[in-house]
Write a protein of this length. Structure first.
Length: 208
């Protein structure tokens, strides 16, 4: 059953709005990473869109949420650009894999591969885009010292990103994926406009 253009646009808009709200509800986990690096679940609606409507829909949700976030930006758009690139890599990769392997196993593989690529992509984006912006307000040595509170042997931004940020980003992707799996079954027919008969073919709900 093909999703109509009207439903597609409406669902992308609604999921983008939810994603925007979730992006503002970020929080720190100082036990595992410095306070200025936040955890949020704003990729959850984007991953829902990517699984239900296709990878392009997921990327659109990532784009729209960051455009909305620009209204209250404190990074001059740099943070939003980085968030978009990292999030889009996650949901597009996961969505593409699931598009061609629509099974539960395919969804799990999609989430894991997407999360890993999200983490790996975050390294160059943070190193060359995000952190150079931070240096305008905090010297590199000060940022490194924040990581040294958690691990004194860290002596460079590169090591900080590899040891802390990359695994943290992978974890973020996996947590978003787990939440997606938990809510996909009841939401998928609503997003797609399927009835109960159509929904019998939904992969995450019924395939082994």
């Amino acid at each position: 059953m093909k999703v109509s253009r009207t439903r597609y646009i409406s669902c992308v808009a609604i999921l983008s709005a939810i994603s925007t709200v979730l992006m503002y509800l970020d929080f720190a986990i100082p036990q595992i990473i410095p306070n200025f690096v936040k955890m949020d679940f704003s990729e959850l609606p984007a991953l829902l869109a990517s699984f239900a409507l296709g990878p392009v829909a997921g990327v659109l949700v990532c784009l729209v949420k960051n455009l909305f976030h620009l209204i209250g930006t404190t990074t001059g758009g740099v943070g939003e650009l980085a968030n978009f690139l990292i999030g889009a890599c996650f949901v597009f990769t996961a969505g593409m894999i699931y598009k061609y392997k629509k099974t539960r196993l395919g969804a799990v593989i999609a989430a894991i591969v997407g999360s890993i690529l999200m983490g790996l992509t975050s390294y160059p984006i943070n190193l060359f885009i995000t952190y150079p912006f931070y240096y305008n307000f905090l010297p590199k040595e000060v940022i490194i010292s924040m990581y040294q509170v958690l691990l004194p042997s860290v002596d460079s931004i590169e090591k900080s990103l590899i040891i802390f940020n990359t695994p943290f980003t992978i974890l973020k992707g996996l947590l978003n994926a787990i939440l997606t799996f938990l809510i996909y079954k009841p939401l998928s027919p609503i997003i797609k406009g399927y009835n109960k008969v159509d929904n019998k073919k939904e992969i995450l709900s019924n395939d082994k």
